[in-house]
Design a protein around this ligand. Structure first.
Ligand code: C2E
Ligand code: MG
Ligand code: MG
Length: 596
């Protein structure tokens, strides 16, 4: 027999035991039913849905009941007594012998009118009984009362009365469950152990009541941050993404972050926590400043058991505290190093503009038929004195994430326009200048105004300027992008779609974009002669572009043979190492014919 599992997952559902007393909260309860007759469960579910319950797990194969119970962690179990293979009695017995389910409320649904059965069920620890066929009102009342009793018990056992946050018992259960799921689904999980640096000192000097007040206020403040949208940017799109905050004894809190996009995003959460905690507190007319030490352990880097994960995070926290607190640290040296490297690079990048470390190199674009230079593409390089050239793939993503791409992009355009003007004056008036636009720049509303100003100031002919936008970028919010592109084009510049063929554009979509040039991605040329499909695609793209009145550019041409092929197919332009990589402006000038 198949186990029918139906659950309606709720995003950010706090915890199975977080079903606190209010009616609205009770309706969040997850109700599991085990019965060999699916129809009975459907009827019961319908009745309960009428009362407002929304989360159900239906299991019609009793042999799977325990496994599913462990996975789903319901708040209430409705259990049939008479089932083939394994009876309700046996399930109940096993539940009560298991520490994790000892206190799970179990309502027995039984058609048996035999008193002995009922007594036995109660003796084995059933919470209450209901006879089949169930009466809807009785069912609804018993379910509500059972859940309310459980909520009260849970509140006492699992919640800290001061901060109203779940305590360390619930934490351990929660962590075990979260870690198991993360392992099964290969999700990224982080555990943050947070300690208030001055808790003991403040309790000692201002008294216990002030200490309690401080915990209450900070607990609320941190919970607000965790609940708020501020942390949401760190999560992936998985159903299981959530943040759960716990309060241990004294000034110690723990935060579990499930379904993160990357392990290092836990650092951003830690940073926000530190900032939130640092805001002054008002306690009995005194302004108090508190800081925290945070240790972070993460999965998958640390493949350990739940309790070890806590130890790792606490260890890292202790290290931070011993060095003065008000900071965070990962338990994994590997992640610390990675994170540190990235932070250093980010800090350096912030200074790169003012230190004049950015340079543009220019790669020639050539006419395929005549093999003459018709223009150049400006490619950004970052020159760190002690490290040498850093390629854009290493720092453009950082610039995009930090918003530095705004000023950097404007610098690129200004420099490229200035260079073009210099070449014009040196006798190359028809040389095209291509500049790359990043998706993040594209989203910036001021882009247009800034670009208009830069172009006007430079004195260049805007027709000689080509802005390249990567295909993938254009795929999202198509209408907004088309609108932005149209407005850019009104400045008189030309637009190119870059890396074409990698972003899965549909052809009808290509027709709608205001484009002048199509750049066929380098990847198609790598195996051009080994792979008939690449050839077919390149040839089809060239013909398509021609019919759409677009100029085609082949990217990454490295061999004569590739060039011959492009000549045969009638591709307009090419760029690639065959003729030249991107070069500093002075070197590129050497390649230009004297007096164009
Ligand atoms: P892209 O615009 O597609 O630039 C072409 C890339 O291919 C360049 O890498 C270029 O050096 C490389 N390339 C050219 N010919 C060949 C070849 O024959 N063989 C091989 N293997 N590679 C070739 P680069 O300079 O590392 O730039 C990478 C990407 O970084 C660019 O891709 C562009 O998307 C981005 N980028 C570069 N400069 C800027 C900039 O100023 N602003 C923005 N937003 N993005 C930039
Ligand atoms: Mg490009
Ligand atoms: Mg490209």
């Amino acid at each position: 027999m198949q186990a029918a599992i139906q659950t309606i997952p709720l995003r950010n559902r706090e915890s199975a035991a977080d079903v606190s007393g209010s009616t609205a909260n009770l309706l969040q309860a997850k109700i599991m039913m085990v019965d060999d007759e699916p129809i009975t469960m459907e009827v019961v579910q319908t009745f309960l849905e009428d009362s407002g319950y929304r989360q159900f797990v239906l299991v019609d194969d009793p042999c799977k009941a325990l496994r599913i119970l462990e996975e789903q962690r319901p708040d209430l179990l409705l259990l049939d007594l008479k089932m083939p293979e394994i009876s309700g009695f046996e399930i109940l017995q096993r539940l009560r012998a298991d520490d994790r389910f000892r206190h799970l409320p179990v309502l027995i649904l039984s058609s048996s009118s035999d008193n002995a059965d009922k007594l036995q069920a109660l003796d084995l620890g059933a919470t209450d009984l209901l006879s089949k066929p169930v009466d809807p009102s009785e069912l609804q009342l018993r379910v509500r009362n059972t859940l309310a009793a459980k909520a009260y018990q849970d509140q006492l056992a699992f919640y800290d009365p001061l901060t109203k946050l779940p305590n360390r018992y619930l934490f351990l259960e929660r962590l075990e469950w979260a870690l198991k799921r993360a392992k099964r689904h290969n999700d990224v999980l982080a555990l943050l152990s947070i300690e208030l640096d001055q808790f003991d000192k403040i309790s000692d000097t201002l008294g216990l009541i002030a200490g309690d007040e401080m915990l209450r206020q900070l607990g609320q403040r941190i919970a607000g941050l965790v609940r708020g949208a501020d942390l949401s940017g760190f999560f992936g799109t998985g159903e299981d993404s959530a943040a759960n905050l716990f309060h241990f004894d004294g000034g110690v809190f723990a935060l579990i972050l499930r379904g993160l996009r990357r392990e290092r995003d836990a650092a951003r959460a830690a940073q926000q926590l530190l900032e939130t905690i640092r805001q002054p507190l008002q306690i009995s007319q005194t302004e108090i400043y508190v800081t925290a030490s945070i240790g972070i352990s993460t999965f998958p880097t640390e493949r350990v058991k739940n309790i070890e994960m806590l130890q790792l995070a606490s260890g890292a926290r202790g290290y931070v505290k011993n060095r003065g607190g008000n900071a965070f640290k990962f338990s994994s040296r590997q992640i610390n190093t990675k994170y540190q490297r990235r932070i250093n690079l980010e800090a350096r990048l912030r200074k790169a503009l003012e230190r004049d470390e950015l340079v543009l190199h220019y790669q020639p674009k050539l006419d395929v038929a005549a093999n003459t230079i018709t223009g150049v593409e400006a490619l950004l390089r970052w020159h760190i004195p002690e490290r040498g050239l850093v390629p854009p793939c290493q720092f453009i993503p950082i610039a995009e994430e930090t918003g530095l791409i705004g000023p950097i992009g404007e610098w690129v355009l200004t420099t490229a326009c200035r260079q073009q003007e210099a070449w014009r004056q040196a006798g190359h008036p028809t040389l095209d200048m291509a500049v790359n636009l990043s998706p993040a720049q594209f989203q910036n509303g001021d882009l247009l105004a800034a670009f208009r100003k830069i172009i006007a100031k430079s004195g260049i002919n805007p027709r000689r300027l080509i802005l390249e936008v990567t295909e993938g970028v254009l795929m999202e919010d198509v209408d907004v992008k088309i609108d932005a592109m149209n407005r850019l084009r009104e400045l008189g510049v030309r637009l190119a779609i870059d890396d074409f063929g990698t972003g899965y554009s549909s052809l009808s979509y290509l027709l709608r974009l205001p484009l002048d040039e199509l750049k066929i991605d380098r990847s198609f040329f790598v195996n051009l002669f080994e792979d008939a499909k690449s050839r077919a695609l390149v040839s089809a793209l060239i013909h398509l572009a021609r019919n759409l009145n677009l100029r085609t550019v082949a990217e990454g041409v490295e061999t004569e043979k590739q060039l011959e092929y492009l000549q045969k197919e009638g591709c307009d332009l090419y760029q690639g190492f065959l003729f030249s990589p991107a070069l500093p402006s002075e070197e590129l000038s050497q390649l230009l014919p004297s007096g164009d």
